[in-house]
Design a protein around this ligand. Structure first.
Ligand code: URA
Length: 229
């Protein structure tokens, strides 16, 4: 069955559909020898090439990484800083699912399956992410309640969140949005700037015994569960 070119490219490890659109727009893709356009439809029978090289549909690989602090969530950093993909030597090209700030630690998925990454990142699917933030002083119950109900940020109010005190100076926040620096901004907005931030869970997955910099491949059953998430 013919599919849109960006969807097809996403299954070959080029990246998410949006990343694939950029590659198409840049004129780097040909279909049966002709320059491809955004809406081009393709099937297995077509000769699809990026930069002149034929692409191939790849088996999906999903890796769970315990991201250390000081590492950037990108595939390549123009400033030469260590990136999350440096930690995972893999036979296929992996890219991160979403983003953690450079100084945020914790659970990050990497995959070559652009369609799965798109699904997980799409706001409609509301994937749950749990963070533990270290703050200087324990917020009182009224502050926790404000965070639960939603706080006003410069790009609009946050959706209801799960919030509890997880220990002295530790606030656990579960959100299903994925705005830029959201947890840091939420806590700053209620007067409790974040000193350190860690993601402990994502889409029902947890880090288990993995230490910073360690990773494991998800099992087929875990990948299936993510597809249904
Ligand atoms: N919220 C943040 O503020 N930072 C992250 O890295 C992730 C969520």
């Amino acid at each position: 069955m013919p599919v849109r070119l960006n969807r097809y490219l996403a299954s070959t490890g080029v990246g998410s559909r949006r990343a694939a659109d950029e590659v198409i727009r840049a004129g780097r893709v040909t279909v049966n020898g002709a320059a491809a356009e955004l809406g081009t439809l393709v099937s297995e029978a077509d000769d699809v090439r990026v930069d002149g090289r034929p692409v191939q549909v790849q088996a999906a690989m999903v890796v769970l990484l315990h991201k250390p602090a000081g590492v950037v969530t990108t595939v390549r950093d123009p400033q030469g800083r260590p990136t999350v993909v440096d930690f995972v030597p893999a036979p296929v090209r992996l890219f991160p699912v979403g983003r953690l700030d450079r100084d945020t630690t914790g659970l990050l998925l990497l995959t070559n399956d652009g369609a799965l990454a798109d699904r997980l990142m799409h706001p409609r699917h509301g994937v749950r992410k749990t963070y533990v933030a270290r703050v200087a002083a324990d917020p009182g119950e009224p502050v926790l309640e404000r965070l639960r109900r939603g706080v006003e940020l410069d790009d609009g109010p946050t959706a209801p969140a799960g919030v509890r005190l997880a220990g002295p100076g530790r606030v656990e926040i579960t959100i299903h949005e994925g705005r830029n620096r959201q947890v840091r901004r939420m806590l700053a907005a209620v007067g409790h700037p974040v000193r350190a931030l860690h993601r402990s869970a994502y889409a029902g997955l947890e880090l288990g015994d993995l230490g910073p910099g360690e990773w494991r491949e998800l099992t087929d059953a875990e990948v299936e569960a993510l597809r249904d998430a």
